[in-house]
Design a binder for this molecule. Structure first.
Ligand code: NAP
Length: 269
C-alpha cells in the first residue's frame, strides 16, 4: 500500500535538513505520510516533474540547489516568483494543477515579524540567491536605506535597483553604518568558508544581528555580536520558518511550531 509523500530535490541532496524537519512535524501531528530526499540531476528535472505530476500520492516538493531557477521552466508560477525573487523553493498541488512558489522571503521575516523596521537603516551582506529573497522581503516591509556589502559590489547595486531599495552597494571592507538590523546572507562564516569579518562597533546597542548561515549555528559573526551584547537571530530560525510555510502547502495543515525547541535540538544533534 502506498501513502502520501513529499520530498526535497537537489543535487547533491544527502546534506538536506528538510527530511528531519518535515518528518518531525508529520510525527507531531500524527499524519501518516512520508518526506524524503531525492537526488535529481539537472538533465532529469523535466522528466521528474512529469513523473510526479502523474503520481496521486505525491504532494509536492521542496527544491534546492541547483534547481531553484530551472524549476520555473517546468512548473506554473501563478504568483510570479520568477519576476520577484527569481527562484522557487516549493512546488505544491492546487485545484488547477502544480504551482511553484518561494517561502524563503516569508521564512526570513518570520523571526522579525514583531519588529517595526519601516524606514530603519539595514545592512545586508551578500548578493546571491538567499540575498535576493531577503531583499525582496525587506522591500515589502519598507525598510530605510539598505547598505549592501558584497565581494562584488556591482551585483549588490543591481539587486538594490531590482527591488527598488534606496541605499548603496559597497565592498566587504567598508565601514558599517549605524543600522537597526544587520543580516549576513552570504556564504561567509559557513563551515569551510572564510569568516565574515566585520567591525560591529558602529552598530547601536539595540541593533539585531541575523546570520542566515546554519552550519555552524554559532558563527563568528554571532559570537562577536554576543560579545557586544547585541540581540541575535541564527540561521535555524529562517530554516524552520521557510519549512513551516512549505509544510502547510504540502500537507494542508499548519506546522506545529510550539515544538520548535525540540526541533532545534534535533537539528543540532
Ligand atoms: P550563493 O547564491 O552562492 O551566494 C553566495 C554569496 O556569498 C555571494 O554574495 C558571494 O559573493 C558571497 N561569497 C561566496 N564566497 C565568498 C568569498 N570567498 N568571499 C566573499 N564573498 C563570498 O549562496 P546562497 O544560496 O545565497 O546562500 C548563502 C548562504 O545562506 C549559505 O550559507 C546558505 O546555506 C544560507 N542559506 C540559509 C537559509 C536558511 O534558511 N537559513 C536559506 C538559504 C540560504 P559574490 O556575489 O561576490 O560572488
Amino acid at each position: 500500500m502506498t501513502k502520501p509523500y513529499a520530498e526535497v530535490i537537489g543535487d547533491p541532496i544527502a546534506h538536506s535538513k528538510s527530511p528531519l524537519i518535515h518528518r518531525f512535524w508529520l510525527g507531531q501531528l500524527g499524519i501518516d505520510a512520508d518526506y524524503r530526499a531525492t537526488r535529481v540531476a539537472a538533465g532529469e528535472l523535466a522528466a521528474y516533474f512529469a513523473d510526479r505530476a502523474a503520481d496521486p500520492d505525491w504532494r509536492g516538493c521542496n527544491v534546492t540547489v541547483p534547481h531553484k531557477v530551472a524549476t520555473l521552466d517546468h512548473v506554473p508560477d501563478p504568483g510570479d516568483v520568477r519576476g520577484s525573487i527569481g527562484a522557487a523553493n516549493t512546488v505544491f498541488r492546487t485545484l488547477d494543477g502544480l504551482a511553484a512558489t518561494n517561502t524563503d522571503a516569508a521564512g526570513f521575516l518570520s523571526p522579525i515579524a514583531d519588529l517595526d523596521l519601516a524606514g530603519k537603516p539595514v545592512v545586508v551582506v551578500g548578493a546571491g540567491g538567499a540575498a535576493r529573497a531577503i531583499l525582496f522581503a525587506l522591500s515589502k516591509v519598507g525598510v530605510g536605506p539598505v547598505t549592501l556589502l558584497n565581494r562584488t559590489p556591482l551585483k549588490g547595486a543591481a539587486l538594490l535597483s531590482t527591488f527598488g531599495l534606496k541605499g548603496q552597494a559597497l565592498p566587504l571592507t567598508a565601514r558599517l553604518p549605524p543600522a537597526a538590523l544587520l543580516v549576513n546572507a552570504s556564504t561567509l562564516g559557513m563551515t569551510g568558508q572564510p569568516p565574515l569579518e566585520l567591525d560591529l562597533l558602529s552598530l547601536p546597542a539595540d541593533a539585531i544581528v541575523y546570520d542566515i548561515v546554519y552550519a555552524p549555528i554559532e558563527t563568528e559573526l554571532l559570537t562577536r555580536a554576543h560579545e557586544r551584547g547585541l540581540d541575535t537571530i541564527d540561521g535555524l530560525d529562517m530554516l524552520i520558518g521557510q519549512a513551516a510555510l512549505a509544510f502547510e502547502l504540502l500537507f494542508g495543515q499548519p506546522a506545529p511550531r510550539d515544538h520548535d525547541e525540540e526541533l532545534r535540538e534535533r537539528l543540532l544533534a
